[in-house]
Design a protein around this ligand. Structure first.
Ligand SMILES: CC(C)(COP(=O)(O)OP(=O)(O)OC[C@H]1O[C@@H](n2cnc3c(N)ncnc32)[C@H](O)[C@@H]1OP(=O)(O)O)[C@@H](O)C(=O)NCCC(=O)NCCS
Length: 286
């Protein structure tokens, strides 16, 4: 349990310094804009020590049909004392109160906690790190048109995204477009949106995602466009079944850094079985 020297806090934007310290300490990539988006789109919980230092965090990112449990972080000195379990229960209580089922993307350590709480595996991604600027650009698939994304594309992009994500994520997509508009692209085929890519700056490198498209050739073209626009080191979390995209990234010299297991609680699947998400937005965002 938390112990007498810790107090539970409701996280908000005033905790930003402590939150950034926690995510940086874990070697994670979040910047203040990430935390601000998450805090504004759900409920956040933390524990602070007697000096007021934040030692643990956890929050929910809420969409219309489900929520993501995210940023479960415990500073090393306070691990294996039940804090992550306690934070998960606070998030679960919150989601029960608003009637949303929970999903998450688990780190290998986090998965050990979530399995004990009844979460089950339903997919996996690999974080790949490298650079695409200066790499040879693959031939554009016949009949495909790729153009920079603008705010006027968001409604169509969100509709395509919802068919894969299983929920409307318009606020997240608009947030990411505003963060890195130069790396946002939309693909059209036959006059209809057939794919898109978004990206955001990070503490260590830019992160590309979500990357959504009906086929992997389109995904590779979108990825090459976004990667050239990022112009430096980047990472993305690629679903492990996306073999063609993975081979393209392997050829470009990308290296696996870690893995995440997608997990849900309860019997209900949150995502369509034939979803077209190639790379997720990030483990903290869904
Ligand atoms: C993963 C993490 C949040 C766990 O926090 P914690 O407060 O130590 O977890 P808990 O004390 O609630 O652990 C509950 C149970 O989960 C399991 N567990 C937790 N951490 C584990 C680990 N590193 N290895 C194996 N099992 C682990 C154990 O069964 C544990 O019970 P026990 O201590 O009685 O054996 C923490 O190690 C951390 O912040 N890691 C770095 C960031 C990270 O990966 N976060 C998860 C993101 S999805």
């Amino acid at each position: 349990m938390a112990g007498p020297q810790l107090s539970q806090v409701a996280l908000d934007i005033r905790h930003m310094d402590g939150l950034l310290a926690l995510s940086a300490e874990a070697g994670w990539n979040q910047v203040a804009d990430d935390w601000a988006f998450m805090l504004a789109n759900g409920a956040g919980y933390g524990f602070a020590d007697a000096d007021g230092r934040l030692v643990a965090s956890g929050l929910t990112v809420e969409f219309p049909r489900y929520a993501w449990i995210s940023m479960i972080l415990v500073t090393p000195a306070w691990r294996r004392r039940g804090l992550a379990t306690r934070l998960m229960k606070l998030c679960a209580e919150r989601l029960a109160s608003v009637g949303l089922p929970a999903g998450l993307d688990a780190s290998p350590q986090g998965r050990e906690v979530y399995l004990k709480l009844g979460f089950r595996d339903c997919g996996s991604t690999t974080r790949l790190e490298g650079e695409l600027a200066g790499q040879s650009v693959p031939p554009m698939p016949y009949g495909l048109d790729v153009a920079p994304m603008t705010t006027s594309d968001i409604a169509e992009v969100a509709a395509l995204d919802a068919r894969s994500a299983g929920t409307d994520r318009t606020p997240l997509l608009a947030h990411l477009l505003a963060r890195m508009p130069q790396a946002a692209f939309v693909a059209h085929r036959g006059g209809c949106v057939s794919g898109f890519v978004l990206a955001r700056p990070g503490r260590q490198c830019a992160q590309i995602g979500p990357l959504v498209s009906s086929d992997e050739a389109t995904a590779i073209t979108l990825l090459a466009s976004a990667g050239a626009a990022v112009g430096g080191p980047l990472c993305l979390d690629l679903f492990d079944e996306r073999g063609s995209v993975r081979r393209y990234l392997d050829r470009c010299g990308f290296r696996p850094a870690t893995t995440f297991v997608r997990m849900v609680s309860g019997a209900r699947d949150l995502f369509p079985p034939d979803h077209h998400t190639m790379a997720m937005a990030g483990p903290e965002l869904s």
